[in-house]
Design a protein around this ligand. Structure first.
Ligand code: ADP
Ligand code: MG
Length: 607
């Protein structure tokens, strides 16, 4: 090690972190991490540590730890396993931007943990005894493959063994493998998020869980992809984590300026705001205004509450669309996740191994791996689940918990953990025979079990019944959107285009821009917590009692009206008040909720 660098590092640590080092020394080994803010490295001594760090971060970090150990302390302690953790490394890069140029470089990446293994010890040094001369040899294990002694290194012996493994003298480090993926809000329409393997070691293990949002700081290295016939020239990236910073999950990542707040306030006062929002969320889809209105309410959401006995009541409204094929269900789902601050689109058909909730599987080395599914990854946003009727039985049962308690519990062999899934669910499903049979009662054509159905605040049926007027309107709309779509290409090629097409385009473009809607939603969810006053509560209560009365006589009702629906009414009313930036919900908010509930029930409960 270069002496100048060590002296410099010691001076640096003393200057910025003396108090922290004392605290570390006093609490060692309970506390064994020293967090160093990268900005201090940048400012120290006009930044002359930066090039050394950038050039060879691994050596730098080793020297840094060594420097920490050489500092004279007033306490008599050997900080043997104390480690320096770098935080706040600037210039975070997306997973998909990692290139071979980053190998051996220090980087920061942000992601959501999609897989995590149980903690396992890995040996870093093995000890072997030659059974002929009884001498002991140490082998440093740096790779994944165990190195065994070939010859006794005692010169007078030098035999091929045999050797005895002195396991009690091995040195170990705790390890955990983590897989992170792009956070849902950064996908921007991409369906396949990029992944990165993370190697977590030492005192960083056991502190993370699937679904956590984390910034990892560390050095990029590579792992050979081992083919069936030996080694390959292809490698994959792996990040050796030096530190992680857990992100607090709220909507803070969306920046809202004073100007935006002004625009949002104006919107909230606009008497036509609901119509405008309905028009703006999926302008290419004609009709379905009530469904769109419900989706707007889902987007803004109600507020979750913690009761006196610590029970949490969810604020997210779950909505279900059941209908014939080709009525734009999938299209609506796809649109909604664009607006949700964190939206994930998944299919009940379950292409991923993790399913929709979470699963635990064993890997080749016998470690348990916890994999997060869509509902966990969409924590804090909207999970749009298409083809829900094709969902597996395991997913269906896990769904009950995920929808109500908003958690996913995994108890399997070595893993016993609870993941958060605080997302609103927007489901779409086909009826029993793929499409509704008009000779059978609608109720009996819903394929999902009643317990699951009752967890949706609103269920809409989308029937494809031929209707001259509606058909001509929708077909006109679709045809016009197609024409307007071509128009965009003409613009790109700078060809002259007719004013008529321009006119058509305008009718299919949103009144409020998607960017503003996103900010509007983020702002409301963060800053507006409406309450429901007594007179509004009474309106909702009366409606609920009526609903109970009118459905109690039909015995075989697949969607029972339960106390859950009352909570659902409250959530939707709160969402409506939020859009108006109201502190207290008003009568019209309750009326909107009742109108939408009736619209959805009307279809579900009538034969
Ligand atoms: P589903 O998932 O209900 O089977 P899709 O969402 O895949 O149906 O829709 C099929 C196609 O029909 C899409 O291209 C969609 O845009 C179009 N479509 C269906 N209904 C409408 C409508 N009301 N307005 C505009 N387009 C529609
Ligand atoms: Mg579909």
């Amino acid at each position: 090690m270069n002496n100048d660098t060590t002296n410099e590092l010691v001076a640096f640590l003393k200057l910025y972190y003396w108090d922290d080092i004392l605290e570390l020394a006093n609490n060692y080994p309970d506390k064994d991490n020293l967090i160093v803010d990268y900005s201090n490295i940048e400012t120290y001594n006009s930044g002359n540590l930066v090039p050394i760090f950038k050039e060879s971060p691994a050596t730098f970090l080793e020297d840094f730890n060594e420097a920490l150990r050489t500092i004279d302390l007033p306490v008599d302690v050997d900080l043997k396993s104390a480690t320096i953790r770098i935080h706040n490394f600037p210039g975070r890069i997306p997973i998909s931007d990692i290139r071979s140029e980053h190998i051996n470089k220090f980087i920061a990446v942000e992601g959501i943990i999609s897989q995590i293994t149980s903690v396992k010890p890995k040996t870093t040094m093995t000890v072997h005894q030659c059974m002929r001369c009884e001498c002991e040899m140490e082998i440093f294990q740096t790779g994944t493959k165990l190195i065994v002694p070939q010859f006794c290194d005692n010169e007078t012996c030098g035999k091929k063994g045999p050797f005895k493994d002195l396991v009690e003298k091995y040195e170990f480090v705790n390890t955990q493998d983590v897989l992170i993926q792009d956070p849902p809000e950064s996908l921007k329409g991409k369906t396949n998020p990029d992944n990165l393997k993370i190697n977590v070691e030492g005192n960083l293990v056991g502190k993370l869980n699937a679904g956590d949002r984390v910034i990892f700081n560390g050095i990029i290295s590579i792992l050979p992809i081992i083919g069936r016939d030996g080694k390959s020239t292809y490698f994959e990236f792996v990040l050796n984590a030096n530190s992680f910073e857990k992100l607090v999950d709220d909507y803070e990542e969306i920046e809202i300026t004073e100007e935006d707040i002004q625009l949002i306030t104006e919107c909230s006062k606009d008497p036509k705001i609901f119509t405008k929002l309905i028009q703006s969320i999926a302008p290419a889809i004609k009709g379905h205004d009530e469904i769109k209105e419900a989706l707007v309410l889902q987007l803004f959401g109600g507020t979750s509450k913690i009761l006196n006995d610590n029970t949490r009541i969810r604020g997210e409204s779950h909505i279900m669309l059941i209908g014939d094929p080709g009525v734009a269900k999938s299209q609506l789902l796809r649109k909604m996740i664009e607006f949700a601050p964190r939206g994930i689109l998944a299919s009940g058909k379950g292409s991923s191994i993790a399913g929709l909730t979470a699963t635990a599987t064993k890997d080749e080395s016998g470690r348990w791996t916890l994999q997060a599914g869509a509902l966990v990854l969409a924590d804090g946003g909207i999970a749009a689940i298409d083809e829900m009727d094709k969902m597996s039985k395991e997913d269906q049962s896990a769904f009950h918990e995920a929808m109500e308690q908003q958690t996913v519990t995994i108890t399997k062999a070595g893993i016993n953990t609870t993941l958060r899934s605080r997302c609103a669910i927007l489901g779409a499903a086909n009826p029993k025979y793929g499409r509704f049979d008009k000779f059978e009662a609608i109720m009996s054509q819903l394929t999902l079990p009643p317990a699951l159905m009752s967890r949706f605040d609103l269920i809409f049926l989308m029937l494809d019944i031929p209707n001259e007027k509606k058909d001509s309107e929708i077909s006109m709309h679709i045809l016009q959107s197609h024409q307007a779509g071509i128009d965009r290409k003409i613009i790109e090629s700078k060809m002259p285009f007719s004013g008529e097409i321009d006119e058509i385009r305008r009718t299919a473009s949103p009144e409020i821009s998607p960017e503003l809607i996103k900010k509007y939603v983020a702002y409301c969810r963060k800053c507006v917590i409406p309450r429901i006053p007594d007179d509004v509560i009474r309106i909702l209560q009366n409606f609920y009692l009526d609903m109970r009365r009118s459905t109690s006589n039909s015995q075989d009702n697949p969607v029972p009206v339960t106390a859950r629906q009352l909570e659902g009414l409250i959530r939707l009313t709160e969402a409506s008040a939020r859009i108006r930036l109201r502190q207290f919900a008003e009568e019209d908010d309750a009326k909107r909720t009742i109108r939408l509930t009736l619209a959805s029930m009307d279809q579900v409960y009538k034969d």
